[in-house]
Design a protein around this ligand. Structure first.
Ligand code: GLY
Length: 557
């Protein structure tokens, strides 16, 4: 199933090319969005660190070498499985500050003020990443904390050569950086950034030193905290010292279900990722996808219709479980999900306006990054972390050198008004002080016969869930290897807007014409997500897939 070539029993398969070639390692592997971050992870593992140690070091390294999503000013989710098969999930999602209120992004007429929840000091939730890494290390870490932060300090102080892709990105965001950071910042340069330019971040190195020395207090108290609050006061920001000292990462119970005999474990709320992923798998399990084939007419229709229903429920029911009651078990129920696509109309698009969230009794965003690690013992970590938009709010904390998130836009700032990913929400995800905004992050681990089988996740805002979903189908139903499951072109539907977003080559011209005739709206777009993937082969070897859509890299030994 997981060899180099696709299984032969499927009627339609993708042609292999060089982007489908996986790497294989004997003992341990790290897959991240940047080669230097992957190298840091491997260095920590080789020094005797476990998967959690490596994850902490990678998170800090990404904050330096991958500033569009790697972060200390954002948040995320971690799924952990130890070598004994025990699971835990860590929620280090940002929270709304105490001064936040439901209508804080609306004008006096009740209209949303453009960009206020996106590109301003007011757009930031209380960052969770440092608390998350601290919490994970306190519970499971082996090597000293300081040793895990040092590689990031060195990268920030000595600098690293940026890639062509990064040079382009730094330039394309320059106007926003200049506007939001009048005092300047390391990322703002008078002359255009070129590939191989050295990117040195001295202020960030100092901030990381405070974190290395004082742990979580090096961020949430003292100089770093004061610099964050001072930055807030330069704009209309509302994060105060108390918000920072009070912030805690939380352990949550992972949710799980099965798909064709595999156990699928994923992130519970306040991410919608796990719940929606399991609902999608349960919706399509009844169909012979393998026989129909990869991206065949029937396969695409079934996937799209499943996504339409699942995202309608996401909009209505999901939010922070510490504030709203979420019917997770009803949402992932096998027969409820299966029944939505049964009977199924293969000749006509359902219209999203005709699909509403279920009535469950008793109840009323690509700019993220993901990494996977498996260590020599077989402990596995799957982390998705983000600033929300690329480079978050664009606000860099003056004197501290790191970007702040614009995660407040992941709340439903007004019922029915789409956020930057086009997602709508209702009461369950309205803003309240201290509440976590709903996420789509979907760090996921699969088991086969009680053994570790797959570690997977991706950035991509609202498309995260459907990209992880397709990567799993690519492996289980279509017999693709770890790399091909990631490289394969993807498509996405999220109920509203009522259209299928498609990457180049995701749907053949013939199928596109047929779907259009049957009432589907096809919306070509750029790349969807950057999936990172690890498969454990039957012989115990570790096969990796790093997404060719970015500079993503697998390393191991
Ligand atoms: N900020 C994207 C997400 O959490 O889903």
């Amino acid at each position: 199933m997981t060899g180099l070539l696709f299984a032969s029993c499927s009627t339609k398969q993708r042609q292999l090319n060089s982007a489908d070639q996986p790497s294989t390692f004997n003992k341990a592997a790290v897959v991240t969005a940047h080669p230097l971050a992957s190298a840091v992870g491997v260095k920590i593992l080789k020094r005797g660190g476990n998967a959690i140690d490596a994850a902490v070091a990678v998170q800090f390294a990404l904050a330096v070498v991958y500033p569009n999503a790697g972060n200390i000013g954002g948040g995320g989710f971690m799924l952990y499985r130890n070598h004994k098969g025990e699971y835990n999930a860590l929620d280090f999602r940002e929270k709304a500050p105490l001064k936040a209120s439901r209508d804080m992004y609306l004008d006096s007429h009740g209209n949303v003020i453009p960009d206020l929840s996106l590109y301003s000091q007011l757009a930031s939730g209380i960052p969770g990443s440092v608390a998350g890494m601290w919490e994970a290390h306190q519970k499971y870490g082996k090597l000293p904390w300081k040793e895990l932060v040092v590689p990031a300090i060195e990268l920030a102080r000595k600098g690293f050569k940026i890639s062509q892709r990064q040079a382009n990105e730094f330039e394309s965001h320059k106007e926003r950086f200049v506007k939001l950071n009048p005092s300047g910042a390391a990322i703002i340069k008078d002359t255009p950034w070129q590939p191989s330019d050295l990117f040195i971040q001295e202020e960030l190195a100092h901030t990381l030193e405070r974190i290395a020395t004082d742990g979580r207090d090096g961020f949430y108290k003292g100089k770093t905290a004061d610099l964050i609050v001072a930055e807030m006061n330069k704009g209309k920001g509302i994060i105060q010292n108390q918000d920072l000292t009070d912030y805690r990462a939380l352990w949550r119970t992972p949710i799980n279900s099965t798909y064709r005999g595999y156990k699928v474990i994923s992130m519970p709320p306040p991410s919608s990722g796990g719940t929606s992923l399991l609902a999608l798998l349960k919706s399509v399990e009844q169909f012979p996808l393998q026989r129909w084939g990869f991206q065949s007419d029937s396969t695409v229709r079934v996937i799209v219709e499943a996504e339409r229903h699942v995202y309608a429920n996401r909009a209505k029911y999901l939010g922070d479980p510490d504030f709203v009651k979420i019917p997770v078990q009803s949402l992932i129920d096998s027969s409820a999900n299966a029944s939505k696509l049964n009977p199924f109309n293969f000749h006509k698009a359902t219209l999203s306006k005709d699909v509403q969230a279920d009535v469950i009794p008793g109840y009323e965003s690509e700019q993220t990054t993901h990494f996977n690690i498996v260590d020599e013992e077989g402990n596995a970590v799957s982390i998705t972390t983000t600033l929300n938009d690329s480079y978050g709010s664009g606000v860099i904390v003056d004197g501290a050198g790191f970007l702040l998130n614009n995660e407040m836009d992941d709340f439903s700032v007004k019922t029915g008004v789409p956020n930057m990913y086009g997602l709508t929400g209702e009461k369950a995800n309205e803003i309240q002080p201290g509440k976590r905004m709903l996420s789509s992050m979907t760090p996921t681990i699969l088991e086969k016969n009680n053994k570790l089988f797959m570690i997977v996740g991706t950035p991509g805002g609202s498309t995260i869930i459907t990209s992880v979903f397709q990567a799993i189908l690519n492996v289980i139903d279509f017999g693709q290897n770890a790399q091909s499951a990631v490289s394969s072109p993807r498509f996405h539907h999220q109920w509203l807007p009522d259209r299928i977003d498609v990457e180049k080559d995701a749907i053949s011209p013939l199928l596109r014409d047929k779907l259009t005739k049957d009432g589907y709206i096809i919306h070509p777009r750029g790349t969807i997500g950057r999936v990172e993937n690890i498969l454990i082969l039957p012989n115990g070897k570790i096969q990796t897939g790093a997404d060719p859509r970015g500079d993503d890299t697998a390393k191991g030994y």
